[in-house]
Design a protein around this ligand. Structure first.
Ligand code: ZN
Length: 179
């Protein structure tokens, strides 16, 4: 920034502090030694989503949240999980620093996270987002999940498909008839 007094192009910072989410810098002109102040603040950039049909739509956290919430409906996830997930994705999107992001990128981000969170929610989301028109494609996706399940250990947050205790009766639990 040029000196407001003499127009010289360079200055040194003599003091710097955080104020209201921005940075205030006290500067001194290297030519005329005048002092002036600059503020640096993050511009909340508006983010646009490029839809499949090339239309642009302003990014909506509410919309993202609704989609995730729908997929996670009635799933036994800890309170706040859905909001946290939306927050994470939103932060990551802004962190990309782009003005426009294809909806597919956002969809993939959601899917990736849901996959490690809850398979049912993942499949639900994927079936809407990927528009499984063919049941075979859906089956393939589930088969992939099941086969990866056997290779890697189940994440602790993942509910088992069948509770272990239902698989066999515990030893010594034979019933005595009272009749
Ligand atoms: Zn100056």
């Amino acid at each position: 920034m040029n000196c407001p007094y003499c127009g010289y192009h360079d200055s040194k910072v003599i003091d710097s502090r955080n104020v209201n989410g921005g940075i205030r810098r006290r500067r001194q002109c290297l030519s005329c030694s005048s002092r002036f102040t600059t503020y640096e603040r993050l511009q909340p950039a508006s983010l646009f989503v490029i839809k499949k049909d090339e239309r642009r739509e302003e990014f909506s956290r509410t919309k993202l949240l609704t989609g995730i919430r729908k997929a996670c409906e009635k799933r036994p996830l800890p309170t706040g999980t859905v909001d946290k997930l939306a927050d994470d994705i939103e932060a990551e999107l802004y962190h990309l620093g782009k003005a426009e992001i294809p909806s597919a990128v956002i969809g993939d981000m959601v899917m990736e996270r849901l996959k490690s969170l809850d398979y049912i929610a993942y499949i639900r989301f994927a079936s809407v987002y990927r528009e499984f028109t063919d049941i075979t494609v859906l089956k393939q996706e589930i088969d992939t999940l099941v086969s990866s399940e056997t290779k890697i250990s189940t994440p602790t947050s993942q509910l088992p498909l069948l509770p272990d205790d239902k698989l066999e009766e515990p030893a010594g639990s034979h019933r005595r008839s009272r009749k």
